[in-house]
Design a protein around this ligand. Structure first.
Ligand code: AR6
Length: 175
């Protein structure tokens, strides 16, 4: 909800996040910020070297030790149909330790960075649900609840889910 009490509009689409048009696209990165597989690899491939150059600059300046889990930082979006990529580091799923607040923090911090940028439309992938193995239903609940509970001037948060199972898990979180 923003200061006027207006709720952010949450939408869901099935597809490839690198094909989305939005002010900002969120990347499920790792602490190195230097790329990886999954969404991260796809974003760097589609966006081109400008993104990696900006990530290297971040590592050489503010984030010498990398971006901590649960935090977010923005770079330009290169050739993507977006102005910015917001990189956030999701937690690796653990059966013995509750890391839910770190996953919630990824969503809160990404929205905070989006607000700093003035981004009005933000596309999110299903953070931590791939290589980091977070169970889909639980990740969907945390992601949607957190976005609904976070005060922001962002007008549309679009969850972009790669397959039908992920789409169903996320879309079914809305009342
Ligand atoms: N568009 C939308 N969703 C996608 C796409 C795409 N192009 N590609 C994959 N997904 P993951 P994580 C879905 O593994 O679990 C990287 O190596 C995928 O089906 O990308 O947070 C990073 O560098 C899954 O539902 O991210 C880190 O090391 C979701 O995106 C690590 O993976 C997230 O899967 C992060 O792991």
């Amino acid at each position: 909800m923003d200061e006027d009490g207006t709720m952010v509009h949450i939408t869901f689409v099935q597809g490839d996040i690198t094909r989305q048009q939005a002010d900002a696209i969120v990347n499920a990165a790792n602490s190195s910020l230097l790329g990886g597989g999954g969404v991260d690899g796809a974003i760097h491939r589609a966006g081109g070297p400008e993104i990696l150059d900006a990530c290297r600059d971040l590592r050489a300046s503010h984030y010498g030790k990398g971006l901590p889990t649960g935090r977010a930082v923005a770079t330009p979006a290169g050739r993507l149909a977006a102005r910015w990529v917001i990189h956030t580091v999701g937690p690796v799923w653990s059966a013995t330790e509750d890391r839910s607040d770190l996953l919630a923090s990824c969503h809160r911090e990404s929205l905070r960075v989006a607000d700093e940028l003035g981004a009005k439309t933000v596309a999110f992938p299903a953070i931590s649900t791939g290589i980091f193995r977070w169970p889909l239903e639980d990740a969907a609940r945390i992601a949607v609840e957190t976005v609904r509970a976070t005060p922001t001037a962002v007008e549309e948060v679009r969850f972009v889910l790669f397959d039908e199972r992920a789409y169903e898990a996320f879309a079914s979180q809305m009342p």
